[in-house]
Design a protein around this ligand. Structure first.
Ligand code: URA
Length: 196
């Protein structure tokens, strides 16, 4: 079994798809090697690309708050992404996030799969459609599959929920609060499964 630090060192040199060419660096997962809960996001954003750490930008702020409300200590969970390089389109001085495609998700799956093999968590949480696609090996609707335990393609237990940046995009406060509570409820379910 390869250790997480060895896998990280290999991932830092990854050129398996072209995304490495324009990103600042590989953003590998972060957290304890014996974490019971693994959270998988989509891909690093602008701030994560610069910092070299997952979920440190605006989506990370709302994720932190929700983890807190679900009684999950962020530092006890392992947080990673389905795709390890920032994919963006330059617009003037700004870098606009673009969604990874199915090929990029598939190629990058080797890293999340190796992280999971090294950690052997109790529960793997997909934050959004890209993570779910990576873990299930195919696209799956989130609305129909959230709220209960499921089994990922590799046989691990998990749940799927929305991506925290979805919550940031909801314009009206009432819907935002409702969706935030549903997100916290999903995270609480993950904590419950991990404690079983
Ligand atoms: N969104 C993600 O999916 N991952 C991050 O690390 C940051 C934003």
């Amino acid at each position: 079994m390869t250790s997480l630090s060895q896998i990280r060192a290999e991932a830092e040199k990854c050129t398996a798809c072209p995304l490495y060419k324009h990103a600042t660096q590989t953003v590998f997962g972060e957290g304890p090697a014996r974490a019971r809960i693994v959270l998988v996001g989509e891909q690093p954003g602008d701030q994560e690309d610069l910092a070299g750490k997952p979920f440190v930008g605006p989506a990370g702020q709302i994720l932190n708050r929700a983890l807190d409300d679900a009684d999950i200590e962020r530092t006890k969970a392992y947080i990673t992404n389905a795709v390890k390089h920032f994919k963006f389109a330059p617009r003037g001085k700004r870098r606009i996030h673009s969604k990874p495609n199915a090929v990029e998700i598939k190629i990058c799956h080797q890293w999340v799969s190796r992280e999971l093999d090294a950690i052997e968590p109790d529960v793997v949480v997909a934050l959004g459609a890209t993570a779910a696609q990576s873990l299930m090996g195919k696209a799956m609707p989130i609305g129909k599959n959230r709220g209960h335990e499921l089994t990922w393609a590799d046989g691990r237990r998990g749940i799927v929920t929305v991506h925290p940046s979805y919550l940031l995009r909801i314009p009206d406060e009432e819907s935002k609060a409702r969706e935030y509570h549903a997100f916290v409820r999903d995270l609480k379910l993950a904590a419950k499964l991990a404690a079983k």
